[in-house]
Design a protein around this ligand. Sequence first.
Ligand SMILES: [Fe+2]
Length: 202
Amino acid sequence: MITTRPTWLYKLVDIANLDSIKSECLNVFNKHYSNAFGNRGFTFTIIDRDILRAEAPSYIQVLKDLKLYERWNTSVFAGTMGNNRYEDSPIHVDTSDLNTPCYSLNMPVVNCENSYTLFYKSNTPGPIAPIPEWITDAASYKAGGIFQEEDCREIGGHNVEHPAWVNVAIPHRAVNDNADMRLIICARFYPEVHDLFNDSDN
Ligand SMILES: [Fe+2]
C-alpha cells in the first residue's frame, strides 16, 4: 500500500536474451493475436499466460531471473498499425487508483527503433474521461482515463527499443514514427513491485 504516487517516468532495464524474447513474442502474436487490431490503429490485448509459458520460454525465464515470476499478473501486447503520433493513442493514465498497479515492465517485440513512450504533465488534477472502449479489450484499464491534448505538455519520453519500467500512472501515450506495425509486450505485477525502487526515487 502506498499513499503517494512515485513521480519518476521510466527506468531502463537491461534484459538478457532480448532477441529471443522478441522472436518468441512475435510468433505468439502472429499465431494467436494477429486479429487484435480489428479496424483500429492501436491496441492493447491481454495475452493468455499459458500461451507465453508454452511458447515464450525466454520471456518466462527473464521474469524468473528478475525474481518477478511469482508476482506476474498480466502481460499485454501494446501495438500500433503504423505511424500514429497523435490520433490513435490518446494521452492517458492506465490507472488513477492508488491501490492498483502503476508500473509496467515493457519490452520491444518488433519495429520499435522509431517508437516512443512520451510522458506529459497535465493542468488537470486527473483524467477527464474514461479510456475509450475501442482502444482496449482489457477490463483492467477501467481504473485509467484520458486527458485533453490542450491541457498537457510533454515532459519526457523513451525509445521503446530499450526495455524499461514505465510509470503508467503518469500521463503518457505511444508514438510510432515508422510505417510498419510496432509491438511491445508489457507485464504487470501483483503485489505491486514498489520494493524494487528506492524511496528516494519517488
Ligand atoms: Fe498506457
